[in-house]
Design a binder for this molecule. Structure first.
Ligand code: TXA
Ligand code: MG
Length: 338
């Protein structure tokens, strides 16, 4: 077991981070979405360690993170005009764009695909870190595979204490769900994973935008999407908004049996359920889509630390940012655990 340091991002911690990465080690760092677990993307052996430490399936490619002044054409090619416009508008920010690889980063990053996902995170500490190390950093979310993604340094520590040397602490992530993954290898961009940059926002800049919907039997294009994901270490149930009164009944039934049941829902539903579910048993996600996204993983992690069972109820609103939220909530708490 190694010692795992949690350090604020400063000259001292950045120089340790650089040394660790140059020696083929891993460093966890904050971004505006979730924390990442980074390795030098040029170093195949270092990238392999990410898969080992996370227990990540070998066919799920990693995103490469670079600072805002990094010339991404060093690692990818065939960048269409619409992608340049999108980069202007949304980078730095919670958008990952998939392009054809130049073959510069290790093939292990993309699991042998001929493409690479590139992201420029906007979190100031992420920018400082990427600038200081001046390397493209391959990084998935810094959680054990299938567990809830981390939005604080403490969450990363809970999953990896003793297994990685350094966590850069940048406070609580403000975005709260992972970046939108956008395939930019075709004539029209295509959302592979929804996030805070919505299909509508992309279409407004790019003229048009598709959303990839896997059909039965079809090859999955963002391989990560086929796995069970984001799951808290307790039992879960998911009710639709229409089933909200059944959720309250389930809560009462479980409590009567001595089960520590908690209800996860948005603020308006929390108010509506006030008579049936006391506020100390509610994991309140907040009001707007952005607020709900920012609280989702935080509340799932809080929930697993106190609850035997999380009874999640979907918010009424399902558009915009809520598309990404519902995708995560369904995988975390729903029956869709393939
Ligand atoms: O916000 C985020 O994206 C966070 C932070 C750390 O940047 N990272 C993150 O990484 O969520 P990860 O590994 O948990 O998810 C990466 C997703 C997966 O669904 C993966 O399949 C997809 O991006 N992806 C990566 N490279 C790809 C590629 N070349 N083609 C298609 N999908 C790709
Ligand atoms: Mg992940």
């Amino acid at each position: 077991m190694m010692e795992t340091l949690i350090l604020k991002t400063d000259e001292n911690s950045l120089s340790s981070a650089k040394k660790i990465l140059e020696e083929g080690g891993l460093v966890a760092f904050p971004t505006e979405t979730v924390y990442g677990l980074g390795a030098n993307a040029f170093d195949g052996e270092a990238v392999k360690k990410i898969y080992e430490v996370k227990g990540r399936p070998q066919d799920n490619p990693l995103i490469v993170h670079v600072h805002k002044d990094y010339d991404i054409e060093r690692i990818v090619c065939d960048i269409p005009q619409y992608a340049r416009s999108l980069a202007q508008k949304f980078m730095p920010g919670p958008l990952t764009m998939v392009f054809k690889s130049r073959g510069a980063v290790s093939p292990i990053v993309s699991c042998g695909l001929d493409t690479v996902g590139v992201r420029v995170p906007s979190h100031p500490d992420a920018q400082k870190f990427l600038k200081y190390v001046d390397l493209p950093i391959a990084a998935p979310s810094a959680n054990i595979s299938k567990h809830v993604s981390p939005v604080t340094a403490g969450h990363v520590y809970a999953d990896f204490a003793g297994r990685i040397p350094l966590i850069l602490d940048g406070g609580k992530c403000t975005g709260g769900i992972e970046s939108t993954v956008l395939d930019c290898t075709g004539e029209i961009p295509c959302v592979l994973r929804s996030g805070l940059v919505t299909r509508e926002m992309i279409a407004e800049v790019a003229g048009d935008c598709n959303v990839f919907v896997p059909k039965a039997g079809e090859k999955v294009r963002s391989p990560g999407m086929k796995y069970k994901h984001y799951s808290p270490n307790c039992l879960t149930m998911l009710f639709s908004y229409a089933e909200r009164s059944r959720a309250a009944e389930e809560y009462a039934r479980q409590r009567a049996e001595g089960v520590k049941a908690y209800v996860m829902c948005d603020e308006s539903l929390a108010a509506a359920l006030e008579k049936d579910v006391p506020s100390e048993h509610i994991l309140n996600l907040g009001r707007s889509g952005e607020e709900i996204a920012a609280n989702l993983y935080y509340k799932l992690r809080e929930g697993e630390s106190v609850a035997d069972l999380i009874i999640a109820v979907a918010p009424e609103k399902q558009d915009g940012v809520m598309v990404g939220v519902m995708n995560r909530l369904t995988k975390a708490c729903g029956g869709d655990k393939a």
